[in-house]
Each structure stands twice: as C-alpha cells, then as structure tokens.
Design a protein around this ligand. Structure first.
Ligand code: NOJ
Length: 486
C-alpha cells in the first residue's frame, strides 16, 4: 500500500532544528527534534520559495527623491475612502528600511522576493522625462537582494498609476495609458534587466480595474457606465501586451516576462468528471476579460454577447499584442469559486453556502485550500502553460501580540498549512508550479482597509516601525527548509 506510512523511506532533514536567532518564536520547541519528511510530500527540487510586497503598500517616502503623486495618494487622502483615513505616506518606511527588510527575508530563508516598482517614482508624470533618482531606489534594493542571495522578481504595475495620467484622459480609460505603460516598462527593463531577470507586467486586473473603475472602492474611485468600463478593461490588457513587447525589445537577452493575475479560481464542488469539466468551462468564461483573452487572443463569444452594444472596441492587432507569448503565468490565489455542472447554456453555475461559509479577517477572504490545486491545474490544462508561479497567497488575521511580544497566529498557520498541502498535491501531479510567493513579508497598507487587516509574516508596530516575526514566520521557515509542509 503506497500510503502505508511504515513502508515509506523518511528523509531526515538536517538543519531544520537550527532556526535562526532572528526568529525567536517558539525557539525551544523548534530546537528539540530533527524533522522527518515523507518523500511523497516533498515539493520538487529547486522549488522557489518567496515572499511578496508592493510599492505603495510598504515604501512610504511618498514625496521623496522626485516621486510624483499616484492615484492612490489622491484617493487615500480623500476623506472617507480608507479605514481611519489611512494613507501610504509612511507605510512600512521600507524606502529607508529596505536593508533591514532584506535581512528579514534572509532569516526566513526565502530565495526570491516579489516587489513592485512605483511608476510615479520612475516617471513622475507617467510619461515624458524619467527621474533617475526614483529608479535608483530599485537599483539599491536589487543590489541588496542579490548580495544576500535573493532573486528579485519585479512587478511593473501594482496599482499606483501616476495621477497625471488619470487627470489627462482618465487613466486606463485611455489607450494613451496603455502606451505610456509600455514605454515605462521598456525603460525599466532596459535599466534593470542586467540584474532583474524576471518581470511581471501587471498585478491583478481583476482587482484594480473592477474595484477602481466599476465599484469605486479603490482608486481612482469611479463607477463608469458599462461601455466605458469594458473599454477600460481592454486598455488594461492591451497595456500588458504592449509592455511584454517593450520588455522584449529593451531588455537583456533571456529576460523573462509574465503577469500576476487574481483569476477566478474555479474548483469543482465534487471532484468527478462532470463537475471538473464544468470548472474548466467556468475558468474560461469567468476570466474572459483578462486571462482568457491574454491566453487565447480573443474574447469569448459569451463575453461579447453578454456585453452586447457595450462590448469593447478593438482591432486584430490589439488582440495579437494582448496575447504576446509569455514565459510564465503568475496567479494570485486566495479564495475558491465553487462550480457545479448543470444544463444551463454555459453548462456551469457558481455556488456557495451564503451565511456559514468560513473566512479570514477580510470578509472577502473565504477559505478553500483546494484553490491552490485547481488554480494551477486549470491554467496548465486549458492553456497548456508550462511554467506557473503562485505570485500571491496568504491571509489576514486579527493579529495581537501576546505578553511575550509574539503574535501566535495559529489561524494563519492553519490556513497556510492547508493551502500549501494542496499546492504540493499539484506539484506531485506534475502540474508545473515552479514557485510560491507568500503575501506578505510584513503587515502593510491594505488599500481601502488601511492598516486594519494584517497579512504579514512579520508584525509591524506602526508607531515604532519595529518588525517582529509571527508564529507563521517560523512555520514558513520550516516549510522552506524541509521543502515540505508536513
Ligand atoms: C492582492 C493584492 O495584489 C495585494 O496588494 C493585496 O494586499 C492582497 N491581495 C491582499 O488583499
């Protein structure tokens, strides 16, 4: 019997007990026993363990060294837009403390760091003259990462659109923004690709376009009528495609490019053939305006029919740019969408028990560890993608330091243990997931939720800027060291 534990060969993992002194949490318990790992539960050799942040959420230094204003500066400074009027003016002060933060990563043992570049630092007006001092921050950060053996993975757009582009033409409502984004992407690739070998174009179309231009709960706080909104969606994916081309044209040979999308992760309600096929159909349709058009170079018939006269206007050349070949696909995965097969025209329905469904501190963050299996599985199956990264996964919890100063975030550990077990299941099935970036390295500015919903492995005291590893940091360090969850 394969699952007879007594017949497995266990691997003793040297060094797990010797956790860094920078990780004082539960140190005595960690030092006690050498760990054993069942080979069937290992992640593939060379699996890339990382952590992630984004510029506006951690950097602070909002007016320093020539940075121009972004739509998030404007939005967060508008009364009533964020919880307690929080802004990213200071955030985690990472702009000044990045060296300390790189040491946090080193103590965790991560081999890669996903961060974002603030467009308004590099082009304060979005376009026109670059600001070399802005780019210099990323030169310093990248050099520090490499000196500490950590691979930089840079995201070019994590929502901090230069305000000037919003003021002139309505931001992503205008095709000019797609083109300006490509120029900025090409410029950054030209200057950083000697050391940054992996770029993500855009982070989460499914959040910044939907929440910013349709639901008005994110910057720039708009509620566009359907035709203008669909056109905005189109300009966002067009910006991605043009940026891929600009990176390829300007970067050092061998530079790799992908995206980081919060796709709707369709999981079958029961893992049988009918529901599994329904989840595949749902994956294409529920991601039609973003991932599907990027992968297939066309909008689905159902999307266009549903939009009717409000469908986006586009050319064949647009679609070709949007579907420019990628080196990898990044997926941000937090919650599942449960799908069942039915005899409706599209052959699926999304379902969920409304009132008792479990979630983390953020009410949108409903729990479903299976998402880390079905997300990459569907991307690999439907679009034959050969290289996948989980570019974000993690959760918010109501972290409160105990008397000894440590946050015992057992709920986050439970969340991570279960999600990561399903990710390991994916790799064991041969699904080509190459790495995982945990969101987030440290607590930070959680957009409209301000500083109330903490996602970090490190607790940040915003009065003193002191960072303290939580229990989950110790957990993650062990996962990395063992290359295994259990
Ligand atoms: C997705 C976003 O990319 C990130 O900025 C955000 O903080 C996390 N999800 C958690 O909401």
């Amino acid at each position: 019997m394969d699952n007879d534990i007594s017949r497995r060969t266990f691997a003793k993992v040297a060094g797990v007990a010797a956790l860094s002194t920078a990780m004082p949490t539960v140190a005595a318990a960690e030092a006690a026993e050498p760990a054993i790992v069942a080979p069937g539960r290992l992640f593939p050799r060379g699996f890339l363990w990382g952590s992630a942040t984004a510029a506006y959420q951690v950097e602070g230094a909002a007016t320093e060294d020539g940075r121009g204003p972004s739509i998030w500066d404007t939005f967060s400074h508008t009364p009533g837009k964020t919880v307690n009027g929080a802004t990213g003016d200071i955030a985690d002060d990472h702009y000044h403390r990045y060296k300390e933060d790189v040491q946090l990563m080193k103590a965790l043992g991560v081999k890669a760091y996903r961060f974002s570049i603030a467009w308004p630092r590099v082009f304060p007006q979005g376009s026109g003259a670059p600001n070399p001092k802005g780019l210099d921050f990323y030169n310093r950060l990248v050099d520090e990462l490499l000196a500490n053996g950590i691979k930089p993975f840079a995201t070019l757009y994590h929502w901090d659109l230069p305000q000037a582009l919003q003021d002139n033409g309505g931001g992503w409502e205008s095709r000019n923004t797609s083109e300006a984004f490509a120029r900025y992407a090409g410029y950054v690739a030209q200057h950083l690709s000697d050391r940054v070998r992996n770029f993500f174009t855009i982070n989460e179309f499914g959040a910044f376009v939907e929440l910013g231009y349709n639901n008005s709960i994110h910057a720039p706080g708009l509620r566009l009528p359907p035709a203008r909104f669909n056109q905005t969606r189109h300009h966002a994916v067009l910006g991605h495609g043009l940026a891929v081309q600009a990176i390829r044209a300007n970067a050092k040979p061998g530079t790799r490019v992908g995206l980081a999308e919060n796709m709707t992760i369709c999981c079958p309600v029961i893992e049988n053939e009918a529901h599994t096929k329904a989840a595949e159909r749902a994956t294409r349709e529920m991601n039609a305006p973003y991932m599907t058009v990027i992968q297939e170079g066309k909008y689905t018939d159902a999307y266009l029919a549903g939009a009717g006269a409000d469908a986006p206007r586009f050319t064949a050349a647009d679609l070709k740019s949007i579907s420019s070949p990628l080196d990898f696909v990044g997926i941000n995965i937090y919650t599942p969408t449960w799908v069942r097969a039915d005899d409706s025209p599209l052959g699926f329905t999304a379902v969920k028990n409304p009132n008792s469904y479990p979630h983390m501190l953020s009410s949108w963050l409903t729990i479903g560890p299976e998402a880390l299996y079905w997300g990459p599985r569907n991307v690999a199956k439907i679009w034959k993608v050969k290289e996948i990264y989980i570019t974000e996964n993690g959760c918010s919890s109501s972290d409160v330091p105990a008397a000894d100063g440590i946050v015992y975030d057992t709920d986050r550990v439970v969340y991570l243990r279960n999600y990561l077990s399903h990710l390991q299941r994916a790799t064991a099935d041969g699904i080509p997931v190459k790495g995982y970036f945990l969101w987030s390295l440290m607590d930070n500015f959680e957009w409209a939720d301000g500083y109330t919903n903490r996602f970090g492995l490190h607790y940040v005291d915003y009065e003193t800027q002191k960072r303290t590893p939580k229990l989950s940091a110790s957990f993650y360090r062990e996962v990395i060291t063992r290359n295994s969850v259990a």
